[in-house]
Design a protein around this ligand. Structure first.
Ligand SMILES: Cc1cc2nc3c(=O)[nH]c(=O)nc-3n(C[C@H](O)[C@H](O)[C@H](O)COP(=O)(O)OP(=O)(O)OC[C@H]3O[C@@H](n4cnc5c(N)ncnc54)[C@H](O)[C@@H]3O)c2cc1C
Length: 451
């Protein structure tokens, strides 16, 4: 099974070099006993959970294999002992346009753990001290209103670049589409591209930016309302799914990393774990819901986007602050601040392209706390001089490579092996690496596996 999916199915044997097929067997599907039809979902991130729920709720006998001790992948919450609070691994911006995510929360019973805000994005420019709120009214023309852009910035250059973005070819770097390097570059294109694509704006894929804007801001404020999770994303999107999967009879095996597959030329016949193999029976199906790096280890010949850049988050406990729930920051390393209760959390996307590159954790926290003090002071909040309890998390490969080169290499849901399907935000959803893309990819894989 070394053949590239583009060149057709492989020749049989072991997908991952060095791991023999059939070296030992999983007790759940021992070759000595009857092999009942099962569906194996590899990866318990959002995409894997969505695929598993789709299949389990339709009567499939689902087993999820997850390498880590916890579900949620890049969208996980946990109680941080140093902070004494539940935090997310990283701040996630969900918009009301993300109907797949909201539908998922609704389906699993997590919707009451989400809260929708007004379509208003407060900004603070630390260079000038200016503060404003970018507000979107209802309807498709709301984006043309002066309130939908930074004060004093003209509509003309923004409109011309928008027309170029909406009408030109998709697979181009945004830097070649957007010509205006004035105020809109600094206040709109740069922060938005980093937030949406986790890429500096020059190289990010214009088609993905277009897809995002068409689904949200271009339709007006109704689709651009931020959605926050006051108790953490896990409580809304992950934990209710685990309950639902358990009720549907699905099982999850944690600390179970899949290392390779074997096949007979047309179907996958075995799943290789570190110290056991699972025999895949004639009716069994597999959904691989892995990010590009571990997926490349399992399917070495599959063309895939390279892993993308890091997203850094710093969480500080600051009692008594009334910062808005979401704040965009210009003129600083800090790009966004999310406040949940007394935890204020800083996000820096494309972190390699920021002042944090090369800094150790302590230096990064000191640097970001200095900025946070300035942000608190600008909002008239108490700003302790000494850094409070804090946590710094740098998620490497937070997204896939979302330049045109990376986007061209996105894989499809179906594979030349009839019983193998892919899910994950890197698959060809037409959307950036987001929760929305992950949910859609999981649904697509679930549907394909049932077909
Ligand atoms: C810091 C950060 C901030 C983000 N901000 C936003 C945002 O604002 N808005 C937004 O929409 N999206 C955001 N994202 C992206 C979003 O989190 C992802 O798109 C989404 O969670 C991807 O889900 P997934 O299931 O495709 O992959 P993952 O969540 O990566 O799930 C893959 C799972 O596979 C497991 N695994 C890996 N290797 C193996 C193996 N060999 N065997 C078995 N299991 C394995 C992993 O442990 C993991 O649980 C952010 C991501 C990060 C990291």
């Amino acid at each position: 099974m070394r053949g590239s999916p583009r060149s057709g199915a492989g020749t049989g044997g072991c997908v991952t070099p060095g791991i023999p097929a059939g070296c030992c067997d999983d007790p759940a599907s021992s070759p000595s006993g009857p092999v009942s039809a099962r569906i194996y979902v590899v990866g318990a991130g959002l995409a894997g959970l969505v695929a598993a729920e789709h299949l389990a709720s339709r009567g499939g006998a689902v087993t999820i294999l997850e390498a880590s001790p916890k579900a949620g992948g890049r969208c996980r919450s946990y109680r941080d002992d140093r902070l004494g609070r539940v935090i997310d691994n990283g701040n996630h911006l969900i918009l009301s346009a993300n109907t797949a995510v909201l539908g998922w929360a609704d389906r699993i019973g997590g919707a009451d753990r989400l809260r929708m805000l007004d379509a208003a994005f407060p900004y603070l420019d630390l260079d000038t001290g200016a503060r404003w709120s970018l507000e979107l009214g209802r309807g498709p023309f709301a984006a043309l209103s002066p309130r939908a852009r930074a004060p004093g910035t003209p509509l003309g250059p923004l409109l011309r670049d928008m027309v170029r973005l909406m009408t030109g070819p998709a697979r181009r770097p945004l830097g070649r589409v957007v010509r205006d390097r004035g105020a809109h570059w600094r206040t709109f294109w740069d922060p938005l591209t980093r937030a949406v694509l986790n890429e500096p704006p020059e190289g990010g894929d214009a088609g993905l930016m277009r897809a995002t804007l068409m689904r949200s801001f271009a339709k007006g404020g109704g689709t651009a309302r931020p959605v926050v999770a006051p108790d953490g994303l896990g409580a809304a999107l992950i934990e209710p799914a685990l309950d639902r999967l358990e009720r549907a009879g699905a099982t999850i095996r944690y600390r179970t990393a899949v290392q390779g597959l074997s096949d007979d030329g047309s179907r996958v016949t075995g799943i290789h774990l570190r110290d056991a193999d699972i025999r895949v029976g004639p009716g069994d199906r597999i959904v691989l819901a892995l990010p590009p790096a571990p997926l490349a280890a399992v399917l070495p010949d599959l063309p895939l986007p390279a892993p993308g850049g890091a997203i850094a988050n710093a969480h500080f406990v600051v009692p008594g602050t009334d910062l808005p729930p979401i704040l965009a920051v210009l003129g600083a390393t800090t790009q966004w601040v999310f406040r949940r209760g007394d935890v204020v959390s800083v996000t820096v996307s494309a972190a390699e392209d920021s002042a944090l590159d090369g800094m150790d954790r302590a230096a990064a926290l000191d640097h970001l706390w200095g900025e946070m003090r300035a942000i608190l002071i600008a909002h008239g909040c108490h700003a302790p001089r000494d850094r409070p309890a804090a946590r710094f998390l740098r998620e490497k490969a937070a997204t896939f490579d979302q330049t045109p080169d990376g986007v061209r290499r996105r894989a499809s849901t179906t594979m030349p092996w009839a019983n193998l399907f892919l899910a994950g935000d890197h698959t060809d959803t037409g959307l950036p690496a987001t929760l929305e893309g992950a949910v859609l990819s999981g649904q697509a894989a679930g549907r394909a596996a049932l077909d």
